[in-house]
Ligand binder design. Structure first.
Ligand code: THU
Length: 163
């Protein structure tokens, strides 16, 4: 028997202003996107902003449903929109922001498991890593260079396709 240790590198920024200009702008887009959230059941408004290789910024927000499982997270709304509107563009980065009952979250708020799987799909499709920025504790921002840091050992297209 041998053991395998998997490590993830996560960058921790003390606040949004410590990010580079492009990431700061993307994070602000994610904040703005929370305004379109439809989240009457959780009062947890999530915004996602994607940066594409064609320079476009695509926004998404969580859209809940009275039949709870029909709701969809902000990240997947944004990824589906990007893939539908710009099918030939790669996603380079995603920023996520969230407000709980109106107040910006002060706890680490990484993408949920289903959204991680979806980000993995578009990394594979674009054959390019997707940077992910999300809130850390007390106004910090956490950043990873690829979904590999949040979803190691994933089931993905390699398991089904040959390329
Ligand atoms: N939510 C997101 O939009 N993204 C995530 O990655 C985590 C959760 C939404 C789903 C639901 O509308 C609300 O946040 C509470 O779970």
């Amino acid at each position: 028997m041998k053991k395998i240790i998997i490590e993830s590198l996560i960058e921790v920024y003390d606040s949004v202003v410590d990010l580079g200009a492009e990431d700061q702008a993307l994070f602000q887009h994610a904040r703005d996107a929370t305004n379109a959230s439809h989240s009457p059941y959780s009062s947890f408004a999530v915004g996602a902003a994607l940066r594409l290789d064609n320079g476009q910024i695509i926004l998404g927000s969580n859209q809940e449903n009275a039949s709870f499982p029909a709701g969809i997270c902000a990240e997947r709304v944004a990824l589906s929109a990007a893939s539908s509107l710009h099918p030939n563009s790669k996603v380079l980065a995603v920023a996520v922001s969230a407000r709980s009952n109106g107040a910006w979250v002060q706890k680490a708020t990484p993408p949920c498991g289903v959204c991680r799987q979806s980000i993995k799909e578009y990394e594979y499709r674009g054959n390019h890593p997707i940077e992910i920025l999300f809130p850390g504790t007390d106004g910090k921002i956490l950043k990873v260079k690829s979904i590999e840091a949040l979803l190691p050992l994933s089931f993905n297209a390699d398991n089904l396709l040959k390329r």
